[in-house]
Design a protein around this ligand. Structure first.
Ligand code: KG4
Ligand code: ZN
Length: 342
């Protein structure tokens, strides 16, 4: 294959080892995602040490597979994009060091990507007609964050979680209820058969006038409710607990995002991150925004979860912007989203 300027993407920030090959402009030629969920399931959450070791074993085979599927060789690459952070530090280092080695050996640019920004850009990858200004709601296992995006690659963070990320709360409550891991899809599956109005769980910060989120009180309320029922010898209907918990999480999210859409006068909202796969959130939010003439976008499930296609795509845009990275760049467990506008 002639050198078309392909971008190799690498993602190892959490428990997914992923490699992808994306053409300049955004056509995804291959996307390999190797999930470690099976390794972490018995612990009910990601064990950082296990994640790093698994990335070491899986990454190069994933890169080879992605190149093979794209019918490309290393010589066809115009750049290598990799998640630099935020994420688990040891896990990030595996991907970043591999990308540095590829960049150095081939003499091609290294594009060190912010994982949160890559989640947002999964929407631009999937919907070429999409353009800012817009609101982005990033909800994953590690983050809950609402940002206003006036132009490409510029963000004003409006609010964040004060404690648990949404996905983290789903995972913890699923574990408490004896459901599987990852917990988000399990809660959603069980909640379909439950009544979201059965238990009036708290909606923290809903009318606080800010865009922050808090889920620790809700988590405690769920645990207390279940324990009390058990102590009183009353049956616990897991379906109702899951549905009422999910409704409490989503109510606050929908209320705050709709208010921000009003305040910033946007016509588009994008969902990003693993929790963006939640159908209850998509439907409730989509309806609320539609009443305002605002359109909701969200990526298909494989582009919602951690994946290297979004990393490669954002890397390509960075290359276009001339924003290449030094080989001295470090992995960062904590990395804020973009430059904060005044
Ligand atoms: O973005 P992601 O793949 O990894 C991080 O960067 O954190 O998000 C994973 C999180 C997990 O907490 C998982 O339980 C949650 O996303 N999740 C969901 C759903 N699918 C995945 N949460 C709620 N509903 C879902 N359908
Ligand atoms: Zn993620």
């Amino acid at each position: 294959m002639p050198s078309e300027g392909l971008i190799l993407g690498i993602e190892t920030s959490c428990d997914e080892t992923s490699a992808a090959v994306v053409k300049r402009g955004g056509e995804v030629l291959s996307l390999v995602i190797s999930s470690q969920a099976g390794l972490h399931a018995r612990y009910g959450g990601v064990v950082p040490e296990i994640a790093s070791r698994a990335h070491l074993e899986t990454l190069l085979p994933a890169v080879r597979e992605a190149l093979g599927e794209a019918k490309a060789g290393y010589e066809d690459l115009a750049g290598v994009a990799v998640t630099r952070g935020p994420g688990l530090i040891g896990a990030l280092m595996v991907g970043l060091n591999a990308a540095k080695a590829i960049s150095f050996a081939l003499g091609i640019p290294l594009l060190a990507v912010n994982h949160l920004e890559a989640h947002i850009y999964a929407n631009f990858l999937q919907f070429p007609e999409l353009a800012p200004p817009l609101l982005a709601f990033v909800v994953s296992g590690g983050h809950t964050l609402l940002a206003y995006m006036p132009r490409h690659r510029e963000y004003r963070v409006l609010g964040e979680t004060l404690d648990d990320a949404a996905g983290e709360a789903y995972d913890k409550i699923a574990r408490f209820l004896g459901l599987g891991y990852p917990g988000g899809p399990e809660i959603e599956r069980v909640a379909v058969r439950g009544n979201p109005d059965a238990i009036p769980f708290p909606r923290a910060l809903i009318r606080d006038g800010n865009y922050n989120f808090s889920l620790s009180g809700l988590k405690t309320a769920v645990v207390n409710y279940v324990r009390r029922r058990e102590e009183e010898g009353e049956p616990v209907k897991v379906e109702d607990v899951a549905a009422s918990f999910q409704a409490a999480v989503v109510d606050v999210q929908v209320y705050k995002i709709a208010r921000a859409a009003d305040e910033y006068g946007v016509e588009r909202v994008v969902l990003a991150g693993g929790v963006a796969a939640n159908r209850f959130l998509r439907e409730r939010l989509g309806k609320e925004l539609l009443r305002r003439g605002v359109r909701l976008y969200y990526p298909s499930p494989s582009l919602c979860a951690d994946n290297a296609a979004m990393v490669a795509y954002l890397g390509w845009r960075m290359l276009e912007d001339g924003e290449t990275s030094s080989l001295a760049v470090d992995a960062a467990a904590v990395l804020p989203l973009g430059a904060r506008l005044p």
